[in-house]
Write a protein that binds this ligand. Structure first.
Ligand code: 13P
Length: 248
């Protein structure tokens, strides 16, 4: 199995001062110790972040990107620009973008194609709502999101999928390790059936209220290949504990 991957999604948080402080601490502490680590600050802090982590093993990613490489798309940020300025990862299809910005699977697919073309490594987010889980539809919802984003792609090496049940994001409710493991195994099965996806090298991260005190038991599950961390990634000690749990 490939190395675990721990990614901090900072969402719409931070200032130049807090980015400098948080990344300064992480850059000093994170070693090349059998775990891949990335942080995804807001667009306006990406340039600063790339400079601060330049001599550390921490990579920088964006939280979204345009579905186009260049052109008249006011307010958008191109994946080509992101790669050019030192970003190596991009989160796509996060549930907050699906919920607040109406992103469809088709748009996620178009962004994914543009991101791959630009050389970025994509983290494709999927996950069901509480209602969908309660009505027994969680697996079919996640399968449809995966197929919608991935089935028309030309070819994807080193794909990363993040399973983020919407009911566990920012709520303090975490999927139990067993619930997460069951869905991750399902995701890997679905990936095996999608042409162009190398399921054997794909990593499936768990996201949704991951903290220092639950990371270890999540990472102990066979098909949990890392974490996409929201709130806890804004606190250096918490994030470093999660990275530490992944390095063992
Ligand atoms: P929390 O860790 O704050 O629940 O957020 C998860 C998330 O949405 C990461 O992308």
């Amino acid at each position: 199995m490939s190395q675990l991957l721990v990614v901090g999604n900072w969402k719409m948080n931070g200032s130049e001062a807090t980015v400098a402080a948080l990344l300064g601490e992480l850059a000093l502490a994170v070693q090349t110790s059998g775990v891949d680590v990335a942080v995804c600050p807001a667009y306006v802090h990406l340039g600063q972040a790339v400079k601060v982590v330049a001599s550390s093993p921490i990579a920088v990613g964006a939280q979204d990107c345009s579905h186009r490489a260049t052109g008249a798309y006011t307010g958008e940020v191109s994946p080509v620009m992101l790669f050019d300025m030192g970003c190596r990862w991009v989160i796509l299809g996060h549930s907050e973008r699906r919920q607040y910005h109406g992103e469809s699977d088709a748009l996620v697919a178009a962004k994914l194609a543009a991101a791959i073309e630009a050389g970025l490594s994509p983290i494709v987010c999927v996950g069901e709502t509480r209602e969908q889980r309660e009505s027994g539809d969680a697996e079919s919802v996640v399968a449809a999101q995966l197929l919608g984003a991935l089935k028309a792609q030309a070819g994807i090496d080193s794909l990363v999928v993040a399973y983020e049940p919407v009911w566990a994001i920012g709520t303090g409710l975490t999927a139990s390790p067993q619930q997460a493991q069951a869905m991750h195994a399902h995701i890997k099965l679905v990936l095996e059936g999608i042409a162009g996806v190398d399921a054997a090298t794909a990593r499936v991260l768990y996201g949704g209220s991951v903290k220092a005190d639950n990371a270890r038991e999540l990472f102990a599950e066979e098909d949990i290949d890392g974490a996409l961390v929201g709130g806890a990634s804004l606190v250096a000690s918490e994030f470093l504990s999660i990275v530490g749990a992944a390095s063992i």
